[in-house]
Ligand binder design. Structure first.
Ligand SMILES: *Cc1c(COP(=O)(O)O)cnc(C)c1O
Length: 384
């Protein structure tokens, strides 16, 4: 049966997968090997050297392609390695337009590494398309979209940005880490490249650092594969196995993340000591309509600002939390809390991050899949 015809929940479990040819193992074995015996020079069974390809990684790459409704998947050593490969499609003099409220590591990679190679990045508020249009020139080769954005939960209308990009023959890439294909599939909206930090929801258990890319176009896939093999930041067999195992429960985890996220967001919104809550599920969220249109549900990522509070007050709250763990990262089964100004976004200059709303007192929650009553009680004792 054509895997593309399967529905999403079935694809997370079976997409691109076959029982192993050797013994019929239902889970792809962890092919912990760097090399493969050849009968005669060049006489191999499809695998020569594990940087170029490894069967466990192939299984993950097929799964990634399947759940994102794409033709080709590529698995990397981290989300940033996947982004690195995309930017290596470009040449000196090329320009990129990207979301202003960007994952801190992406910002650092763009500014501190790739600007040295004369690739220019424009960080714009993509909620208004005219901001993108204003930066388009013949040098613009890529538009980099992150939605929902991190940590402000802004929603970018993928379809409109893609339409604008196509008019100017510009590639579009979407960092789909926050939403996951459970909530949105950017390739179906016309994007050229989908990128994942599979470290987060796809892996789902905070036990791997893995990245992924999915594309439809054969030529683009070949160019990215060339970069993946030539640069070498590939996903290892053990991490490929763990990520595949994670993906098999993505749909049930995401359903609970969304349910718990809604309860926590509403609790915070009604709390007298909370000034502001950022969550795309609220009807008064500035892009709620686009979120409703583009996403199946609203996810478990929430940011909030305690009333009139300072850097120190925010730190006090995150230190008091007990069920929520104070930690970088997101998307695991366990609830995490973070303080972007000192953690994920510390690499972005204060003036730059405050422009997009990442104030000193902002707290970000990755709502896990525990009993939501325990999460609310924990927030209650920490906020006071
Ligand atoms: C974590 C993250 C990345 C980077 O991925 P790593 O796996 O940590 O390299 C990129 N984008 C977003 C939105 C992320 O949350």
């Amino acid at each position: 049966m054509c895997a593309k015809k399967l529905k999403f929940n079935t694809k997370t479990i079976h997409g691109g997968q076959r029982p192993d040819k050797a013994y019929g193992a239902v889970m792809p074995p962890i092919y912990q090997t760097s090399t493969y015996a050849q009968d005669t020079p060049g006489g191999h069974k499809g695998y020569e050297y594990s940087r170029s390809a490894n069967p466990t990684r192939t299984a993950l790459e097929n799964s990634l392609a399947s759940i994102e409704n794409g033709n080709y998947g590529l698995a990397f050593a981290s989300g940033l390695a996947a982004i690195d490969a995309v930017i290596k499609l470009l040449r000196p003099g090329d320009e990129v337009i990207c979301t202003n409220d960007l994952y801190g590591g992406s910002y650092r990679l763009f500014k501190r590494i790739f600007e040295q190679y004369v690739i220019r990045f424009h960080f714009v508020d993509m909620e208004d398309l005219t901001n993108i249009e204003a930066h388009i020139t013949h040098k613009t080769k890529l538009i980099w979209i992150e939605t929902p954005t991190n940590p402000m939960m802004n929603i970018i209308d993928i379809k409109s940005v893609v339409q604008l990009a196509k008019k100017h023959d510009i590639l579009t890439a979407v960092d789909n880490t926050f939403a996951t294909p459970y909530l949105q599939t950017p390739l179906d909206l016309g994007a050229d490249i989908v990128m994942h930090s599979a470290t987060k929801y796809l892996g789902g258990h905070s036990d791997v650092v893995v990245g992924g890319l999915v594309v439809n176009d054969k030529d683009l896939a070949d160019r990215l594969y060339f970069i993946q093999n030539a640069s070498g930041a590939v996903c290892g067999p053990m991490d490929s196995f763990l990520t595949l195992r994670g993906i098999k429960t993505l749909h049930v985890r995401m359903q609970r993340h969304c349910e718990n996220g809604k309860v926590v967001a509403e609790y915070l919104a009604h709390h007298p000591k909370i000034e502001k809550v950022y969550w795309p599920g609220f009807e008064n969220h500035p892009n709620h309509k686009i979120a409703k249109n583009q996403m199946k549900d609203f996810g478990g990522m929430i940011s909030f600002v305690p009333s009139g509070s300072s850097y120190e007050d925010a730190v006090k709250i995150v230190e008091k939390l007990q069920v929520f763990t104070l930690a970088e990262s997101l998307g695991g089964v366990e609830s995490l809390a973070g303080h972007p100004a000192s953690m994920t976004h510390a690499s972005i200059p204060k003036a730059e991050r405050e422009k997009s709303g990442v104030v000193d007192a902002l707290i970000r929650l990755s709502v896990g899949i525990e009993d939501v009553e325990d999460l609310i009680a924990d927030l209650e004792q920490a906020i006071g």
